[in-house]
Design a protein. Structure first.
Length: 237
């Protein structure tokens, strides 16, 4: 079954963590556009690859140029070429005005060097104040592997390089990241890369640990099973 969030999306969503942020960004953008919405995708850090089919790309010279292309049924990635073949996002100063133009604004607000887990430094993540929902991903592919191989900024964390990642570690990293942001709005944990029955069961253990702290969590396999939001008002895991 494709994955769906357990509630309807607010207008502005920021995505942090590791293990599938850009995949989720594009899947959400395309699904919302297919449902008839106008969708803006951008980043407050960097994106590592260009958009897939179904997502248009624009490097707007001004806010007026961006607002002119807003269209129902269309997802637009607004960004600019940066060093290393990456993309950097539009000015965050435009975001308040963008809320009056686009039905949805989806923001990748974190970087993890393509690793499934993230330890945040003081300046991270970069979550815009317009955010109404904060989504944190963790990749279940990290389970059982050394922290040095799967945790971005491991040397700053509480985990030794050779430590093998457990369910408790991922739950602790999720709790720490949400607290670190200081974000007071709605939040959800997505435990991605549940590509096998075993990882799905282990993801369920993490979800239970987070639920005990009042953090809603869902298990998903975005690359394998995708996402389905079309036509849904209230979603279910």
């Amino acid at each position: 079954m494709p994955f769906a969030l357990p509630f309807s999306l607010p207008q502005v969503v920021s995505i942090i963590g590791g293990g599938g942020k850009t995949t989720l960004l594009f899947l959400l953008g395309r699904s919302l556009a297919e449902s008839g919405a106008s969708v803006l995708l951008t980043t407050t850090t960097h994106l590592g690859f260009p958009p897939p089919d179904g997502v248009s790309f624009l490097s707007p010279v001004s806010f007026d140029a961006l607002s002119a292309v807003a269209q129902k049924g269309k997802a637009i990635l607004a960004a600019y070429p940066a060093e290393g073949g990456k993309l950097q996002g539009i000015s965050t100063a435009w975001l308040p005005a963008c809320t009056g133009v686009f039905d949805y604004i989806l923001i990748e607000a974190d970087g993890s060097r393509n690793l499934p887990l993230k330890w945040h430094h003081g300046h991270e993540p970069c979550v815009p104040p317009e955010t109404e929902l904060l989504v944190q991903l963790s990749g279940l592919s990290a389970l059982g592997r050394p922290a040095s191989e799967v945790l971005h900024r491991q040397t700053s964390s509480f985990l030794a390089a050779e430590h093998l990642i457990t369910e408790e570690d991922i739950a602790a990293l999720q709790r720490r990241a949400f607290a670190h942001t200081g974000f007071a709005g709605r939040k959800i944990s997505l435990l991605n890369q549940a590509d096998t029955p075993e990882t799905e069961v282990r993801g369920g253990r993490i979800a239970a640990l987070l639920a005990a702290d009042g953090i809603p969590a869902c298990i998903c396999a975005l690359q394998k099973r995708g996402l389905d939001l079309t036509g849904k008002d209230v979603f279910s895991c």
